[in-house]
Design a protein around this ligand. Structure first.
Ligand SMILES: [Zn+2]
Length: 291
């Protein structure tokens, strides 16, 4: 699932492609918004807010308008130059197309697409906590919001976008590993939360320009995370098998990974350990057939 840094990068690229330019194509493939006519409008900017993407457009023909989108589990924005083939998905997965004549931005598989007057953006994103990558990032406010519910698990609190916006499954698991905190520990038992939220902001910032997220510093495909996606594999620090279980609201990506040795503390009632990946079967040496 795209996390705040992925959405930030998508917004940044869209902003570079579209900001200040007039839309010669604006096609919203959504039953509710298909008739919204933004052709001829000028894109003022494209920005992210947590995991939400906001394309703000202006025109003489109406109040400033925002196209809001959320990538959900596997949505993506692609930007194509003239003559480039569209490779982001099948045609029926396209939800929005914005073209300037030079570049065309195409959104695939969006979870949400909404159009509102820019003045009403808060009806869509006003509930979000401080944005880890936003100009208004406020660690003290994020700590205050998390601490307001001391009996909740820290694993749930970090994923709650009303507390701080931008963290998904990957950073939740990695931040808690790096701080040595069990995802199942209550907020009250975590002590000072400031280092937790500050590390979250640092990890997202460090990755926002990179297509391949890494929290370890390694760029190797199998070396980019400490615990995320590593259920059943040995901890990189102590060798204990990494545990995996669901933590967080249903219908979202909520798999959490942790090392029970490096992150001592409470564990779920029925801990599970994902099986390590099956090693590639080694083919037996070929022997000449016996006759
Ligand atoms: Zn460990």
């Amino acid at each position: 699932m795209p996390e705040g840094d992925t959405v930030w990068r998508a917004a940044h690229r869209l902003d570079q492609a579209l900001a200040g330019r007039r839309l010669v194509v604006a096609d919203l493939r959504h039953p509710r918004w298909a008739t919204v006519g933004l052709t001829g409008w000028t894109v003022r900017e494209v920005a992210s807010r947590g995991k939400h993407l906001l394309l703000r457009a202006t025109s003489d023909h109406g109040p400033p308008t925002t196209v809001h989108s959320h990538l959900g589990m596997d949505g993506a924005w692609w930007i194509y130059g003239p003559g480039q083939s569209w490779r982001g998905g099948q045609d029926h997965q396209i939800r929005a197309i914005f073209g300037t004549g030079e570049l065309t931005a195409v959104a695939y598989r969006l979870k949400e697409l909404t159009v509102v007057p820019t003045a009403d953006e808060d009806t869509l994103v006003g509930h979000l906590g401080p944005d880890l990558l936003g100009p208004d990032w406020d660690p003290a406010e994020a700590v205050r919001r998390i601490a307001a519910d001391p009996d909740r698990t820290i694993g749930e609190a970090l994923l709650d976008q009303r507390n701080l916006a931008g963290i998904g499954n990957l950073y939740r698991a990695e931040v808690l590993f790096l701080r040595g905190i069990s995802p199942w520990a209550t907020v009250a038992s975590c002590g000072d939360l400031r280092p937790v939220v500050e590390l979250s902001a640092r990890l997202l910032s460090a990755n926002r320009e990179k297509p391949d997220q890494s929290t370890t510093g390694s760029t190797r495909k199998d070396g980019r995370s400490w615990v995320y996606g590593r259920g059943g594999l040995p901890c990189r620090r102590c060798g204990t098998p990494i545990q995996a279980a669901d933590l967080g609201p249903a219908l979202t990506s909520r798999r959490v990974y942790w090392c029970p040795h490096c992150q001592p503390g409470p564990v779920p009632a029925t801990p599970t350990s994902d099986s390590p990946p099956t090693p590639t079967p080694r083919r037996a040496p070929t022997r000449p057939p016996r006759h």
